[in-house]
Ligand binder design. Structure first.
Ligand code: AKG
Length: 271
């Protein structure tokens, strides 16, 4: 079996560029099965709610992505996927021995009308003190350029958090044109890792086939959230190693929730 995690050369590439595309983390057969799970999940969800979304700044294009957060709560195959050592060993090479889940999200860009993602950093959505947060985009089918593969700005993680005034936190197109960003065409089973400070986006899926991915957002459990934002069900689950803080962040959040609940009950009783 091949060694898991990044080689020293790959690690140096990640540190310089803020991203790395790891080929064949999952086999083509595994990717096909995960793709089937993703599309079956989208079918099931559509019976209950609207799953088609698009960023505010690209909504006028009439394109959409089918989307679901926290997919590991909907199908066990995704729960197994996010703790797979082939995936988490790369995350450990970047973050350190302990890797904690922040959230997962499935994106299916439908054929011919798959929405683009404007250029952005993930930082403003869930800022952390030490910027340990990374994303891993797991490709379940091939994502060539015409399918709207992800594009990155190499080295942009070194710029730190950038100011944005857009409601969806996207960066101005004139300053950060997607056409100038580096495309990361991927094959089924490949995983693209990048820092939440790396500027990235993706194009329209103009092809005849859906582009299907799950993004796993992960961090060092000792890093501290700067705001109570983007909380979700699976947050705090350990994907590799241990949580040396023994869930301190979670405990603080639970206490805050209880306090809020008591305030609501007191207000209701007073009324
Ligand atoms: O899947 C893509 O094309 C991009 C996803 C992305 O940029 C994000 O979720 O932050």
């Amino acid at each position: 079996m091949a060694a898991l995690g990044l080689t020293p050369g790959e690690k140096a590439f990640y540190q310089d560029n803020g991203y790395i595309l790891c080929r064949g983390i999952f086999t083509p057969g595994e990717a096909t099965e995960l793709r089937r799970e993703a599309h079956a999940l989208a079918q099931r969800l559509q019976q209950f709610r609207q799953i088609e979304v698009a960023w505010a700044t690209v909504r006028a294009t009439g394109t959409v992505v089918q989307h679901c957060h926290d997919v590991q709560f909907y199908a066990a195959a995704f729960a197994r996927m996010i703790v797979d050592p082939r995936l988490t060993a790369v995350a450990q090479s970047i973050i350190g021995p302990n890797v904690q889940l922040h959230h997962t999200k499935m994106f299916i860009k439908p054929p011919e009308r798959g929405a683009p993602f404007p250029m952005h950093q993930d930082y403003p959505y869930f800022p952390f003190k030490n910027d340990s947060m990374i994303a891993a985009i797991i490709h379940f089918d091939d994502a060539p350029l015409e399918k709207g593969c992800v594009r990155v700005v190499p080295g942009s993680h070194k710029l730190g958090p950038l100011a944005t005034t857009a409601a969806d936190y996207s960066l101005p197109h004139e300053q950060y044109p997607i056409e100038k960003a580096t495309p990361c065409p991927a094959q089924a089973g490949d995983v693209l890792f990048f820092s939440y400070l790396t500027i990235h986006g993706s194009g329209i899926n103009a092809s005849k086939e859906a582009r299907t991915t799950v993004l796993v957002q992960m961090r060092d459990p000792e890093d501290v959230p700067l705001a109570r934002v983007h909380e979700s069900w699976g947050q705090g689950m350990m994907l590799a190693g241990i949580d040396p803080t023994c869930c301190q962040t979670k405990r603080l959040w639970t206490q805050a929730d209880e306090k809020r609940q008591q305030e609501v009950l007191a207000t209701a009783a007073a009324g």
